[in-house]
Design a protein around this ligand. Structure first.
Ligand code: G4P
Length: 537
């Protein structure tokens, strides 16, 4: 459709969408996500600053510290957004809580981004949570840019790290920058698109964190850096011969990943990474609809709720729904429709800043994230739209790895107990599984990360006045099965009937203590189990 025939508001949506880059950093704890986020923000002009940088003990504390529990642990439970302007673009960096206590929220954030930066520790290579998050990116078709961090410290060989990415993720690494000097002896970077020069970094005087950057010619580099430079030149030639060259189509299709080297702490290579987000990462695009077809960015307003957070502010006792704008222009105060119920929803209380520091948002465009306050009727996976109806596919639920039976401490409060558990299930705080053997007063909770259980304990007591007791179960994975699978399970000696549970949408799940047992059951009853790593609602 030609933009000249569209009303001005739709043209604005298309133009603004083209300027947006909405992305997240995926990494294992300690790889340097907070440090990188700060370094990225340093290069950009922050529009709103909402806790994308974690409030670790002794570090900058931020708005996302919303629960007492969170403060005492010094970690961030909420997902927040940092929005900043860079060059002629607006960047939305969504925070994926990356601490050891993993949760489903971390995964869901990825439903709201168009690209991910995979942060790899130069010494450790690919780690567990990076693998899990990468799986989600691949599943959702999210293109991944790789940043190898901490090159200022001793670490592994650059070619060996690329090899690991290619071998384990079946993802072709295509370096855009290349280190001059081995890990721990970082002299500078070569931008492989400009091999005739080197970016050299030196320590800043006066103890400032960021290193000083200067550009020198290849001749100067050969002269001054000697073997380090010639090794870099040789390796880059080798990569060229191996066709490890960035190519937009294969990157966007998830077959290759442009790789950047650097060190977030002294701010080396970060500007080049930020440029890559603008130049290589895709802007918001038409989004597939549940009913087939898709919703172009210049269609009337639509958005997807990817997270619902209750009680972020104890003095408000409200709920915030985090909405990613998918098409059109969002204006605060507009009345939109909730696709699931067909009911209107008022956006009078829309905020751009999350956590306790909120500020009103007036307008938002595709790719932006809006916090909707008083969103009691909204659920994770909900679509909101204006004018022309739209419904996006629901949010996937993720294979849980932690299971526990939950019981009310006080039997007299079983009504509050049931109401609270149902509410937390709907919000997606945990998955609630029913077990015929255990009955209504003892459902099984399933979570991706054990911290989700802490949230349940905290909220059941604080919000529903129904304190609960949790009894961990010795299971570590769930597999989708069906009625015949259930029968087989009951006959099998590997799994007892108590490990058969039903989810809210009536899916039958079999729980196993480990992969080995699941596999041996699978061998005994080949038709009984349906493989499921990430299951859609
Ligand atoms: P996370 O959010 O991924 O968990 O990691 P975070 O940024 O907190 O970084 C983890 C540790 O790694 C921090 O050290 C941080 O300073 C360090 N780090 C991050 N990037 C680099 C880098 O490029 N080079 C070097 N040498 N170190 C880096 P810490 O001692 O745990 O904390 P702090 O006392 O430095 O804050």
């Amino acid at each position: 459709m030609s933009t000249t025939t569209l009303p001005a508001v739709h043209v604005a949506a298309a133009e603004q969408a083209a300027r947006r880059r909405t992305f997240a950093v995926i990494s294992h704890p300690d790889a340097g996500k907070s440090t990188l986020t700060e370094a990225l923000a340093l290069h950009a002009r922050a529009i709103t600053e909402a806790g994308a940088v974690h409030g670790k003990t002794g570090r900058r504390s931020v708005a996302s510290d919303w629960m007492e529990m969170e403060r005492s642990r010094g970690i961030s439970v909420t997902s927040a957004v940092l929005q900043f302007a860079y060059r002629d673009c607006v960047l939305n960096l969504l925070d994926t809580p990356g601490h050891a206590d993993f949760s489903e929220d971390t995964y869901r954030v990825l439903a709201a981004v168009d690209c991910a930066i995979m942060l790899v520790d130069a010494a450790k290579g690919l780690e567990e949570q990076t693998r899990k998050l990468f799986d989600v990116c691949r599943h959702r078709g999210i293109p991944v840019i790789t940043f190898v961090n901490k090159w200022d410290r001793p670490g592994r060989d650059a070619l060996e790290l690329l090899d690991e990415i290619e071998r384990e993720f079946r993802l072709k690494p295509t370096p855009v920058t290349w280190p001059v000097g081995i890990a721990g002896h970082l002299r500078g970077l070569m931008d492989v698109r400009h091999p005739d020069r080197m970016l050299r970094y030196t320590r800043a005087p006066g103890g400032a964190h960021a290193a000083l950057e200067e550009t020198i010619t290849a001749d100067q580099a050969a002269d001054q850096e000697g073997a380090d430079w010639s090794q870099a030149v040789e390796e880059v030639e080798l990569l060229g011969a191996d066709a490890a060259v960035h190519e937009a189509d294969s990157f966007l299709a998830g077959r290759s990943t442009p790789v950047f080297f650097g060190a977030a702490m002294p701010n080396i290579g970060v500007r080049l990474l930020l440029d890559a987000v603008v130049d290589l990462a895709p802007p918001p695009a038409a989004r597939p609809l549940e009913t087939g077809g898709d919703r172009p960015v210049d269609a009337p307003f639509s958005g997807l709720v990817f997270k619902v957070q209750a009680n972020m502010d104890p003095s408000h006792r409200d709920r915030i729904a985090f909405l990613r704008v998918c098409s059109g222009v969002f204006r605060r105060g507009m009345t939109v429709t909730r696709a699931a119920s067909g009911k209107p929803f008022s956006t009078k209380y829309a905020h751009s800043v999350f956590g306790q520091d909120r500020s009103m948002v007036e307008t938002a465009y595709p790719g932006d994230v809006v916090g909707l306050v008083n969103a009691a009727s909204l659920r994770v996976g909900d679509t909101l739209y204006a004018e022309r109806p739209a419904e996006f596919p629901g949010m996937p639920t993720f294979a849980p790895e932690h299971f526990a039976v939950v019981r009310p401490v006080d039997i007299g409060r079983s009504k509050q107990f049931r109401r609270g558990i149902a509410q937390l299930d709907e919000e997606g705080v945990v998955q609630v599984l029913a077990s015929d053997l255990r009955g209504e007063q003892a459902p099984v909770l399933a979570a991706v990360g054990p911290m989700q259980f802490d949230v349940v304990i905290h909220r059941m007591e604080g919000e529903f006045a129904a304190p609960v007791r949790l009894e961990p179960l010795p299971y570590r994975l769930a597999r989708l099965t069906d009625a015949s699978g259930g029968e087989a399970l009951n006959r099998s000696r590997i799994v007892r009937g108590e490990s058969l549970v039903r989810s809210r949408d009536k899916a039958v799940l079999a729980l196993f203590p480990d992969r080995w047992q699941a596999n041996s059951f699978q061998r005994a009853f080949p038709d009984a189990l349906l493989e499921h790593l990430i299951a859609a609602h």
